[in-house]
Write a protein that binds this ligand. Structure first.
Ligand code: PLP
Length: 406
């Protein structure tokens, strides 16, 4: 899709606005499945935490994707979007046994990441097929917040606890059908995936009834011009070979699962915001937009880079700007960024706004969440309406008049 399409969508639906390009999601999905076409049984479970609008879930379902979920609410959304329970995978962390039981009763594949729950669940439901999340103790990921497979991480069951894990499985006679790991996000080096894969194979050798191995995700996508990304094609070549060899050794054709979020939707997303104020100070020129970290928290939260373009006047002379939001505390999207000269009223477009952007949005400062549009077959389809004042009041219960006037 082109910048002029984005400008028209901002005019039609207002700003701020999230726009997702369906074609890009489809091409990323196809790229991944093609890279692993040498694996007989491949399954892609979209990690819906990245972007959970049901229209996006429907789009991916049509392409054959399953879902990776982390909460019972995500499971419910997946079912609502039409996914069969068998196509949904549930990988929670730190949730109650009750929630796991409830999800399991829906027919969804559960993935357990601690020994305490494993023992309790296995004792109560020895016949229910269970997957185990291993922590391979691999330090990987773009920053500390998204590195989740290292030794100090709260995720997964340590590989060093395998003897204890095996004892629980033998004692409860529970049915372990899969082994899972996810070491982090924004992993560039494919050697990290290959190294962690060997740890997963080692763990798998302890279980006789496996049906699948889930390698999680963490593929790095490009954020800046000429940025580097995970070489999916190279990974596909190398990991498929190792995986196929492992299946021969194991004596069974296992399913290889990936659960990408960012890879599928990050680059498909654009966040559009209007410049309210251009403010010159002694040190910089601020462009203040009609949004804030309530709508796109990644720069403030992770220090992440989103390429920003002036799509209203793309040909203007480039100047340096600090792009800031309207939230009542430091709220910086970008510092010292070269952007085509900005006038008040211009629309700025933020790239890589598909993953962990709308799904992390909030109503902080009592602002409405933006609308979402899916660009498909040359047309913009509204897939979430802009919030209204009624949405802010929904579920709030005012004090009875007598109490309020005390
Ligand atoms: C268990 C699990 N799987 C998959 C993902 C998706 O990762 P990414 O968006 O890097 O593809 C995450 C991200 O946090 C995760 O925690």
């Amino acid at each position: 899709m082109q910048s002029k399409d984005l400008v028209q969508l901002a005019e039609k639906f207002g700003s701020p606005l999230y726009v997702y390009d369906a074609e890009k999601i489809q091409s990323q999905y196809n790229r991944l499945t093609k890279a692993f076409s040498k694996v007989e049984k491949l399954r892609v479970n979209y990690a819906m935490k990245a972007l959970s609008n049901i229209a996006i879930l429907q789009l991916l379902k049509e392409m054959g994707s399953g879902l990776d979920t982390v909460s019972i609410q995500e499971v419910l959304l997946g079912l609502h979007a039409g996914y069969d329970p068998e196509k949904i995978f549930y990988t929670p962390n730190g949730v109650s046994l009750e929630e796991i039981e409830e999800v399991s009763a829906m027919g969804v594949q559960i993935n357990i990441d601690n020994l305490s729950i494993l023992e309790q669940f296995g004792t109560k439901y020895p016949n229910v097929p269970v997957c185990i999340r291993i922590n391979p103790h691999v330090m990987a990921g773009g920053n500390a917040n998204i590195s989740v497979g290292h030794i100090d991480s709260k995720f997964g069951i340590s590989v060093h606890q395998l003897p204890h894990l095996v004892r629980i499985v033998e004692n409860t006679k529970m049915n372990i059908v899969g082994i899972h790991m996810h070491t982090g996000s924004d992993i560039l080096d494919i050697e990290v995936f290959l190294y962690a894969a060997e740890i997963l194979f080692d763990a798998a050798r302890n279980f006789k009834n496996l049906e699948f191995l889930d390698f999680g995700s963490g593929f790095k996508v490009p954020y800046k011009k000429d940025d580097i990304e995970t070489d999916i094609e190279e990974l596909g070549k190398k990991l498929s070979k190792r995986f196929n060899a492992f299946c021969i050794e194991y004596g069974k054709e296992l399913t290889l699962i990936f659960e990408p979020g960012k890879f599928l939707v990050s680059e498909a997303g654009f966040f559009l915001a209007k410049v309210n104020v251009v403010k010159q100070t002694t040190s910089t020129v601020f462009a203040g937009i009609d949004s804030g970290f309530n709508h796109l928290i990644r720069p403030m939260f992770y220090g992440s880079q989103h390429q920003i373009e002036n799509i209203s006047h793309p040909k203007g002379k480039e100047r340096f700007y600090s792009i800031v939001g309207y939230i009542c505390e430091t709220d910086t999207f970008a510092n010292n960024r070269k952007i085509a000269e900005i006038k008040e009223g211009d629309i700025l477009s933020f790239r890589n706004a598909g993953a962990y952007c709308f799904s992390m949005a909030s109503n902080y400062n009592s602002r409405y969440k933006p609308a979402e549009v899916l660009w498909m077959n040359g047309e913009g389809h509204l897939i979430r309406a802009h919030e209204t004042f009624e949405d802010l009041l929904k579920n709030q219960i005012p004090l009875p008049v007598a109490m309020a006037t005390v």
